[in-house]
Design a protein around this ligand. Structure first.
Ligand code: S3P
Length: 182
């Protein structure tokens, strides 16, 4: 697999609470890749938490930083990148994501809800009706996540190791059309 994938980056997309960072770390270990989380990089660059960035610069300001960070990661090889749940919203981001293989961790709403219970770190969920908000975000984004190259259906019981294996198993199918033409 390590030879087959030839350093192509993996970008994990999906809703907040989908497990992108946890599964991404396992994937990076398996592939001998470096792991990055766009939210962590944004917070480092800004010297502020994601919550502070949203409060001071608004969602648009946060999205600008997100695009900037993604564009700076994209020229490198051998990366697994866990992205923020809203990275799929800007069309420009797809021009970067499509340099690599985009993997969607598709997690049912009830599982997301259970995982995000009591979470105070996601500004978009600081809402009088957080679960209604989560549902509407998922509804708005489903067709965008569906543009991923690989879709992994995630159950409540699935371990990060098992999910990483599923991703690795799916990758040859994605690479096949490209190699067929050589
Ligand atoms: C967001 C998801 C968060 C973070 C920000 C916005 C979103 O990342 O980027 O709070 O729009 O869904 P995670 O998906 O890592 O929680």
């Amino acid at each position: 697999m390590v030879q087959l994938i030839k350093g192509i980056n993996l970008y994990l997309v999906g809703m907040m609470g989908a497990g992108k960072s946890t599964v991404g770390r396992v994937l990076a270990r398996e592939l001998g890749y470096r792991f990055f989380d766009t939210d962590d990089l944004i917070a480092q660059i800004a010297g502020k938490s994601i919550t502070e960035i949203f409060a001071e610069a608004g969602e648009d300001g946060f999205r600008d930083l997100e695009t900037q960070v993604l564009s700076q990661l994209c020229p490198y090889k051998n990366l697994v990148v866990a992205t923020g749940g809203g990275i799929v919203l800007r069309q420009k981001n797809w021009s970067y994501l499509h340099h690599g293989i985009v993997v969607w961790l598709d997690v049912p709403l009830d599982v997301l809800q259970a995982r995000l219970q009591g979470d105070g770190t996601r500004p978009l969920l600081q809402d009088p009706d957080p679960w209604g908000k989560l549902r509407s975000l998922l509804d708005q984004r489903l067709h965008l996540y569906a543009q991923a190259d690989v879709k992994i259906k995630v159950s409540a019981e699935a371990t990060p190791e098992h999910l990483a294996q599923q991703v690795l198993t799916a990758i040859p199918q994605v690479l096949k059309p490209a190699t067929d033409h050589i």
